[in-house]
Design a protein around this ligand. Structure first.
Ligand code: C5P
Length: 294
């Protein structure tokens, strides 16, 4: 399975609910930075992890892909095992839903491998039990997420958007960013409509001006050094920039492919980011790319 990372083009955070989650109104876009999830028949559920941040990913029951496999087995009533391999390219704890991508990939991979064939609505429901960003990793494209972030509606998005992603040194805990957000007091609610209008028009300049993330002040409070990187990217010619999700990855929107490639080179040269990646969006959600008989 190949599963994309996401950027939140708009992330408006509302009330904290009784279950501890916040009401969201968010516009997700899936971008061409992928984790690959491979699944093979086995007696037990196990996982190995290679690639970006592999040493820091848990391999026991705390692994979201392992939890996805166990949840699917329980729901479908099968006593099957699986050997999962995660080839990671999505930054760990970077606000780009890498763990969610792995969970989404594991769900679809096991559903295929085990022949449980649960169908899309059921897989989306299981995905929502695993995490707020997991349903979108299945869904892909550009979509509005409401409720906890798991109720998805496709939005009309014309054109292709060219991103430069600046990865920060260490990851941020999503729960911690939300907690700092609560402490800071709620900023004036940012509207998602300007983002939707820019997407309908296929206008990257308008989209750049409309990018908004209510969690950004909290992420910058936890990682003050990101402000310099943000300013450097804008000075280097990005149309706009936003913290991706709960951060600390920064997403810079460029005017076109060549501008994005140049911006990536310039940002990497500044040495302010741990790594710089190029990605385009929107792309499709979790997808089977190869299958073979064991
Ligand atoms: O759903 P997920 O496990 O990705 O969420 C991680 C943490 O982010 C939650 O425990 C919660 O603290 C916070 N969160 C939130 N409101 C949301 C989504 C996530 O407060 N809608």
């Amino acid at each position: 399975m190949r599963v994309p990372a996401k950027i939140n083009l708009a992330l408006r955070v509302g009330e904290r609910r009784e279950d501890g989650y916040h009401e969201l109104s968010t516009v997700f876009q899936a971008v061409s930075l992928y984790d690959t999830v491979t699944a093979c028949h086995a007696g037990e559920v196990s996982v190995t992890v290679v690639g970006e941040g592999a040493g820091q990913v848990p391999t026991g029951d705390a692994n979201l892909a392992v939890r996805a496999a166990r949840l699917l087995a329980a729901r479908a009533g099968v006593r099957a095992g699986v050997r999962l391999r995660l080839d990671k390219a999505i930054p760990l704890a970077g606000g780009m839903a890498g763990g969610s991508a792995d969970a989404a990939g594991a769900l679809v991979a096991c559903d295929t491998l085990w022949g449980t064939d649960l169908g899309r609505p059921e897989l989306l429901a299981l995905a929502a039990q695993l995490g707020s960003d997991v349903p979108f990793a299945l869904h892909g494209g550009t979509a509005l997420g409401t409720g906890r972030g798991v109720e998805l509606t496709d939005v009309l998005a014309r054109g292709r958007y060219h991103w430069v992603l600046a990865l920060a040194g260490a990851g941020l805990s999503t729960a911690q960013v939300y907690s700092v957000y609560d402490q800071l007091g709620r900023p004036p609610a940012a509207a998602v409509e300007p983002v939707l209008a820019a997407l309908r028009a296929g206008d990257p300049v308008a989209l750049a001006a409309a990018l908004v993330n209510d969690l950004q002040p909290a992420a910058l409070r936890l990682r003050p050094e990101l402000s310099r990187l943000l300013e450097a990217g804008l000075a280097a010619g990005a149309l706009g920039a936003v913290v991706s999700g709960s951060g600390p990855t920064l997403a810079f929107l460029a005017a076109g492919t060549a501008a994005a490639d140049q911006l990536a080179v310039d940002l990497a040269g500044l040495g302010l980011a741990r790594a710089v990646r190029r990605a385009d969006g929107p792309v499709g959600g979790a997808r089977l790319v190869a299958a073979a008989d064991a």
